[in-house]
Design a protein around this ligand. Structure first.
Ligand code: XMP
Length: 513
């Protein structure tokens, strides 16, 4: 089923994962690997390799500690494709020059193709591409020819006799109109890849793999109701039926009726064995008097782990712990992109208790989020579960700003539900990437009828984002926001003022804590 035909050596670009996704969307299995891998290691680990991509990255090739590549790849006979930093790396290693450009190019640029090549088959001679670079080629390497230019730079090169290509622009972003065609040309005209990466085949192969691995043993899984753990549960359940036991902890920090919905969807529709633990009081108790967000996260993580461990210890026949780890999590920890700065600790409820003595089962660890969703749909999970906005592990614990209490969580649940259900009614839900309400620890004065009120303020937030690293706000019309506000204030006791957050990320983060 899965042969890795393309590897992408990661030099830390924000677009590296996107490149892998683009290739997989074309049904060719690609993996992102650390750029320090030697040619020998690549050859041994990936016997079916058909091509190597060198990703972009924030460094400059002339820096003393610039990331390089094992030069043996250039004699491997495999096609090579350098993107942005990758192009500069190829240029440098073939004795051309790369220097800081006097005119940096960020954003849309005009590409002019100088003469036809396989890489630009079915691509117009003049087109818009997306550039994001400060350095550029100032001297071509002798053994290369220029394939294309932009207004200020050499934009594409090719080795005279080998299949080694480099482009200065980003073919993987949608702003490069013919980017997909260029990637296709590299895969199918240059590397001769075959299309063999399909989700239905993934499922049947994974099911077999899980059966062989688990045999007659038992598996436990922490079900959170989120997409990843749900899809992992459905896949494992398809493979081994009731040898899987899910543990679902109602933390009291979930959305309105969430616990009933999860039990209904998975227990009744999927016949999964689920142990539901009602632990709301334990969480509220542990969070009493705590205001600091990171401390709240740590407490929530710890209480969850303790409860989960207790439950797991009762299941004496369980040898495997299943988790919904997905590919971006794996990439983060194994390549240089994992070194970026932590802004929030993102302690996931559902995380692995370190001291439990289980073998790990992570059936989704090679998949991107959109692939996980496709698997979920093929397995018959309800679309409302698969295409819902992300919900953070600590849940309402970080959306009730400051001290968390049951009373505040109950208020916030109602507010959040009105906001989200009205977005669905107005066909706005799927246009946004993440939407939610937070409850502020502030009371303000209002007037309802003839009475003065003194109640909480809630803030609504809705953003558009691809990777949740950056985000812009959803530009709702005023009428919609007014309708939502009216319903919230009329229907939710305890709230008398609604504000809409118009901060993008950066400088704001998506969550308020
Ligand atoms: P921020 O607030 O950092 O959020 O801009 C980016 C994305 O991460 C989610 N998020 C979390 N998810 N545990 C999680 O599982 C957490 O502690 C956590 N904090 C933020 C947030 O909802 C958004 O999707």
């Amino acid at each position: 089923m899965k042969q890795t035909q393309i590897i992408i050596l990661d030099y830390g670009s924000q677009y590296t994962q996107l490149l892998a996704r683009r290739i997989r969307d074309l049904h060719v299995y690609a993996e992102v690997v650390n750029h320090r891998l030697t040619w020998l290691e690549m050859h041994q680990q990936y016997p079916d390799l058909k091509g190597i991509v060198l990703s972009g990255g924030p460094a400059s090739i002339y820096d003393a500690d610039a990331y390089l590549v094992d030069p043996a790849i250039f004699d491997s006979g495999l096609p090579i494709f350098g993107v942005c930093y990758g192009l500069q790396l190829i240029t440098h290693l073939y004795h051309g020059s790369v220097e800081r450009a006097s005119k940096q190019e960020f954003g849309q640029a005009k590409l002019k193709i100088l003469h036809p090549t396989k890489l630009f088959t079915d691509v117009p001679d003049n087109q818009d591409v997306w550039m994001s670079h400060a350095d550029h080629i100032t001297k071509m390497p002798d053994t290369f020819e220029k394939l294309a230019t932009s207004e200020h730079s050499i934009a594409a090169i090719k080795h005279h006799s080998k299949e080694i290509y480099g482009i200065q622009f980003h073919a993987e972003v949608t702003h490069t109109l013919y980017g997909e065609q260029i990637v296709k040309n590299f895969l199918f005209l240059i590397c001769n890849c075959t299309q063999d990466w399909f989700m239905s085949e993934f499922i049947s192969a994974k099911v077999e793999e899980i059966r062989t691995l688990v045999r007659d043993q038992e598996v436990i899984l922490g079900l959170s109701g989120g997409v990843d753990s749900s899809v992992a549960a459905a896949l494992i359940s398809k493979a081994i039926g009731d040898q899987l036991t899910c543990i679902f902890v109602d933390t009291g920090l979930l959305r309105l009726n969430e616990s009933e919905k999860v039990m209904h969807a998975y227990e009744q529709n999927f016949m999964m064995k689920i142990i539901k633990v009602d632990a709301a009081d334990q969480f509220y108790q542990a969070l009493k008097g705590v205001e600091e967000p990171e401390t709240k996260r740590k407490i929530i993580g710890k209480v969850f782990t303790d409860i989960f461990s207790d439950q797991a210890a009762k299941l004496q026949h369980a040898h495997f712990l299943a988790q919904g780890t997905i590919y971006p999590d794996v990439i983060e920890s194994s390549t240089i992109s994992g070194t970026s700065k932590v802004i929030k600790s993102h302690h996931n409820v559902g995380g692995l208790p370190d001291d439990l003595n289980f073998k790990l089962l992570e059936p989704l660890r090679t998949l991107f989020k959109d692939e996980v969703r496709k698997v979920g749909v093929e397995l018959g999970l309800p679309e409302s579960m698969i295409y819902r906005h992300p919900f953070p592990g600590p849940g309402l614990g970080i959306r009730v700003i400051g001290e968390v209490t049951k009373e505040k969580c109950d208020i916030l649940r109602l507010v959040d539900d009105i906001f989200l259900s009205m977005m669905v009614e107005h066909d706005l839900y799927h246009q946004a990437s993440q939407s939610f309400a937070t409850l502020l620890p502030v009371k303000t004065v209002g007037v309802m009828g003839d009475n003065r009120t003194y109640d909480y303020v809630c803030a609504l937030r809705s953003v558009q984002s691809v990777d949740f690293m950056t985000a812009t706000i959803s530009r709702f019309d005023w009428e919609f926001l007014e309708k939502v506000t009216t319903r919230i204030i009329n229907e939710v006791d305890g709230v008398n003022r609604v504000v809409y957050d118009i901060t993008s990320k950066p400088p704001g983060t998506i969550e308020w804590e």
